[in-house]
Design a protein around this ligand. Sequence first.
Ligand code: MLT
Length: 200
Amino acid sequence: MKHIFQPGAEKEPTFILLHGTGGDEADLLQIGQAINPHASLLGIKGNILEQGLPRFFKRLAEGLFDEEDLRFRTTELFNFINEAATTYHFDVANSYLIGYSNGANIAGSLLLTYGDVFAGAMLLHPMVPMRKSHYPRLTNTPIFISAGRNDNMCTPAETDELIAIFETSDSEVTGFWHDFGHRLIADEVNEAKRWYTSLR
Ligand code: MLT
């Protein structure tokens, strides 16, 4: 997959950066840097193009995901992350997923497919990526979720449902809400940083 890797300081974690629809592998580098300037950064570009806009998986309509493609792309991304860990010598268990919107959705899909693999995740405006009768354990994967109270795409009801799914999977979830719809704002990056710093 198209990507950028910026090595950080030794023993510091790696941030796996997953952009929103229309973004690219460089989009979240600044956010990763703001959260921990010493972290390694792996920015990845989604393999799907929707009317010229890069994404991580296909959708049938806004908010209606192509579940088969989502499963395929989730495996593809997971395999890519593991290959990148070998190439760039980082430990997946010491890496955090950071995703915005479509990137947060595939990050959620990675978590709900593979369970406890990553050190944690920061999901900025995520939706419920998949609904299953059984979810893997996320006991050792703390999750930060930020959302807009007035976000028409990722509605508060859906955010609450996602938080409940992660909690059922035994994850410790921290939510942050703002009033600026689907927008990614400085306050939520600051909150993500505060949350991340409190873990360490
Ligand atoms: C998605 O398709 O993943 C969501 O609708 C969010 C987005 O459009 O990026």
